[in-house]
Design a protein around this ligand. Structure first.
Ligand SMILES: Cc1cc2nc3c(=O)[nH]c(=O)nc-3n(C[C@H](O)[C@H](O)[C@H](O)COP(=O)(O)OP(=O)(O)OC[C@H]3O[C@@H](n4cnc5c(N)ncnc54)[C@H](O)[C@@H]3O)c2cc1C
Ligand code: SF4
Length: 522
């Protein structure tokens, strides 16, 4: 494992590449660039996951926010309510630490409005599946796009709750398949997954989830990657048409302010924080598209819980195992989007259900939790210019005097219609599985945020070029979910990782030209 970096050494070093953010975008990029022989510094505002018993405690993680950061975002997502402050989780590995492991590829039609085609990303998808050690069954997804290599590992057998959903979907004439997961069931490393109940939303206490810390960062070249955790990137400095430095705050050293220098810079702070960092750095003055922060998408998601006349998961196992996508292309001609997918999902722990369940049903859901089974509906949402991240107009700052990000988002009628269609399909599945009555909970998190620094072919309509390079600065790239011009209808992480590998290949192949200097590996 790569050793943590020391602040004094960091300030003295001139890095080949400085990366902000260690999630699927930044962590994967750090892996690929360090393995290609470049000297990389990875700056991450979160700390390392604790991986102790509390990491599997629902109250500590989901209610008390053990990993919640201290910089708020002002989120305006309801026309009838004032903006609320939200404090995103922070950790080395980004949201991969908390993700549910679902690792799906977009479909060829999802690339219709992208500057690249599915075939351009295909081999990088394969490489990302190898890197994240995805367990899946090729050829079982009824609308699977072409693949050049099989999954590295087969998934484990279906658990009892998942078998119930699988059989119900088959009864309806659909073609359910096992979700490909980045979870270590059969890989070479230890420990293996014990199929616990606190996976989606939680760090893996034993490290069996194939999050970015356990995979990309663990497989990076330790001699070439330095990781500066608990360090906040505040501003990129631009001189003579190039990024020359990054200002950071080292929280473990009394909030010491440092300047780190490098030849090439990569922002991968996530689709909410990346545009905020661009705006704090004044990059909007160099951007001809006025698209920084705009076109924020997050999927239009809902959870449908159904009451069953028996205990649905008496063995308390993780059963995020089944995906249904027969109807994925059903609105392509009318809406120009995918419809989306339905996935099996575990009920959160009972005290979390009581706190966060649908209003008016919290106690009922708490008392009946053992008899409820849920499905997650993930609908594609549309890119809207007014759905955006900006900086608080009031000039409000956080405790480090950094301007606070403001997030504004509204769904379109089409987004809601697609979500409701998926919920109707999910309702049929849960009824066919033996459920008697259901309740929908709309998901209002930004866990699938993408789109706020879209890539494209036209500098007046996109922030990044087709290799995710900032149009006006030859040595600045962005590789988290913000590059995506449409959200597609599947969970985003594998696409973000695959794209980071694609961009890394471009950077390593063109390093001297991009940095206007000499390739350090020559
Ligand atoms: C509970 C949950 C479950 C999910 N399940 C799935 C799933 O099953 N499958 C799937 O595909 N997707 C899933 N997702 C979504 C997936 O996790 C995200 O799409 C993905 O992690 C985004 O990767 P990213 O690289 O864009 O950004 P992130 O993972 O958000 O990484 C950005 C990193 O940048 C850091 N950062 C931000 N600002 C700064 C700064 N100023 N200085 C330094 N560092 C900074 C952040 O702390 C963070 O570590 C889930 C998300 C959540 C929250
Ligand atoms: S289900 Fe497996 S990977 Fe997920 S948290 Fe539990 S042990 Fe870890």
């Amino acid at each position: 494992m790569t050793a943590p970096a020391n602040a004094t050494d960091v300030e003295r070093t001139f890095y080949d590449v400085v990366i902000v953010g260690s999630g699927f975008g930044g962590g994967t990029m750090a892996y690929a660039l360090s393995r290609a022989g470049l000297n990389v510094l990875l700056v991450e505002r979160g700390g390392w996951a604790h991986r102790d018993d509390t990491d599997w405690n629902g109250r500590a993680i989901l209610l008390e926010g053990r990993y919640r950061g201290e910089s708020p975002m002002a989120v305006d997502q309801r026309p009838d309510a004032a903006p609320v402050q939200s404090f995103p989780n922070e950790a080395v590995g980004g949201n991969s630490i908390f993700f549910g492991g679902a690792s799906l590829r977009l479909r060829a039609a999802d690339f219709a409005r992208w500057p690249i085609a599915y075939r351009d990303l295909e081999r990088h998808y394969s490489a990302a599946e190898q890197l994240l050690e995805v367990h899946g069954n090729a050829g079982t997804d009824p609308i699977e796009p072409p693949r050049s290599s099989p999954y590295p590992f087969a998934p484990p057998p279906l658990t009892a709750p998942a078998r119930r959903i699988f059989a119900a979907a088959e009864k309806l004439g659909w073609h359910p398949f096992q979700i490909p997961v980045a979870i270590n069931h059969a890989g070479a490393r230890e420990p293996k997954c014990i199929n616990c109940f606190t996976c989606d939303g939680f760090p893996c206490r034993i490290g069996a989830k194939n999050d970015v810390a356990q995979t990309a960062l663990a497989k990076a070249d330790p001699a070439r990657l330095s990781i500066l955790a608990r360090t906040i990137a505040t501003r990129l400095a631009v001189r003579d048409g190039r990024v020359v430095a990054l200002d950071v705050i080292d929280r473990d050293d009394g909030d010491r302010r440092l300047t780190v220098r490098g030849k090439l810079f990569v922002i991968a702070a996530g689709a909410l924080a990346t545009p905020a960092l661009m705006l704090r750095s004044g990059l909007d003055r160099l951007d001809a598209s006025d698209a920084i922060g705009r076109y924020l998408m997050r999927h239009c998601n809902a959870m449908l819980g159904f009451l069953f006349p028996f205990r649905t998961n008496p063995e308390a196992v993780n059963h995020k195992q089944v995906c249904i996508d027969d109807f994925y292309e059903s609105v392509r001609k009318t809406d120009g989007t995918a419809l989306g997918v339905i996935q099996d999902m575990c009920m959160p722990p009972p005290d979390v259900v009581r706190a966060l369940g649908p209003r008016g049903f919290r106690w009922a859901a708490y008392l009946g939790a053992a008899h409820i089974q849920t499905l997650l509906c993930i609908a594609e949402d549309e890119a809207q210019p007014d759905n955006r991240v900006s900086l608080e107009a009031s000039g409000a700052v956080d405790r480090w005097s950094q301007p606070i990000a403001a997030v504004r988002h509204r769904y379109t009628d089409g987004d809601v219609r697609r979500r409701d269609q998926l919920v109707a399909h999910a309702r049929r599945v849960l009824r066919a599985a033996g459920g008697v009555a259901g309740k929908v909970r709309l998901i209002d998190s930004f866990s699938h945020a993408v789109g706020t620094a879209r890539f494209g072919l036209d500098p007046t309509a996109s922030v990044l070029d087709r290799y995710c390079r900032f149009w006006a600065l030859p040595n600045l790239f962005a590789v988290d979910g913000s590059f995506m011009p449409t959200s597609g209808g599947v969970n985003p992480s594998l696409t973000i990782a695959a794209n980071a590998l694609r961009v890394a290949e471009h950077v390593t192949g063109n390093f001297a030209a991009l940095t206007g200097g000499v390739d350090p590996r020559a």
